[in-house]
Design a protein around this ligand. Structure first.
Ligand code: ZN
Length: 244
């Protein structure tokens, strides 16, 4: 690493001379786009290229959430290029205000984890090593998914829609853990950023990260997936790595 750093300035200068005419300005970090937003308010600016691992808060959480974790891990790996692995590890989430082991994403099921009907919650952390390449990269965290979602017809009497919405709820919380925020925006210019006010997909779906939930695809094949509005945000998280 030290050797690379020593030779880099000379190399960069040589490259600059070669490509200087018409060269675009160096790309800096980007934190929002149409239908997506990065959770800078939580301190997260980027996603690390080093792998992340899903663990579970209890054995019952593992039984219930493993299929959901596997689906979201596969998509995150495909979209970001960072490897997301689902383990069988059971570990207790730390106290609020603390963080789990580096790159651990702990998923748990709990009845009304924040005391409100139908509400889940993600607790995310960022890497606080100022000056390092992974400064403000998603560190990991944990999420409590409300157990009420598995009550009969919780989201819908349509079985397909109901099952897609449960998947979307899990994906939404995982989205927060990896560094996505709610992309809600005052699109109708009435001066208020409202619930469900998010740029939709061309097919009319809300981004899965839209607050207060109920975003995402509702089909049997695409339920639980980050939508075409969310995925550019995931890609940008990776592009922001090393840019502070
Ligand atoms: Zn949320």
């Amino acid at each position: 690493m030290r050797v690379a750093r020593l030779v880099l300035p000379a190399l960069a200068a040589a490259l600059l001379l070669l490509v200087a005419p018409g060269r675009a300005a160096a790309a800096g970090p980007v934190y929002s786009g149409t239908g997506w937003k990065i959770a800078t308010k939580d301190g997260i600016h980027s996603l690390s290229p080093k792998s992340y691992v899903f663990t579970f808060a209890s054995t019952s959480s593992r039984t219930k959430l493993t299929p959901y974790a596997q689906a979201v891990a596969a998509q995150l790996t495909a979209v970001t290029g960072t490897k997301f692995v689902v383990s069988t590890t059971v570990e207790t989430p730390p106290a609020v205000g603390s963080c789990p082991a580096e790159h651990h994403l702990i998923l748990g099921v709990k009845y009304r984890p924040v005391g409100t009907k139908g509400m889940s919650r993600a607790y995310n952390c960022f890497t606080d090593r100022a000056g390092s390449v992974d400064y403000r990269a998603a560190w990991g965290g944990w999420a409590w998914i409300d157990s009420e979602y598995w009550y009969a017809n919780w989201f819908s009497t349509n079985a397909t829609v109901n099952s897609a919405r449960i998947k979307n709820a899990v994906t939404h919380e995982v989205g927060h853990l990896v560094g996505l925020d709610h992309p809600n925006k005052d699109l109708d210019k009435d001066g208020v950023v409202e619930d469900y006010e998010c740029a939709r997909t061309t097919g009319g779906y809300l981004p899965v990260m839209c607050a207060p939930g109920l975003g995402g695809y509702t089909t049997s094949t695409s339920g639980g997936k980050f939508t075409s509005r969310d995925t550019p945000g995931l890609k940008q998280l990776v592009a922001n790595y090393g840019l502070g």
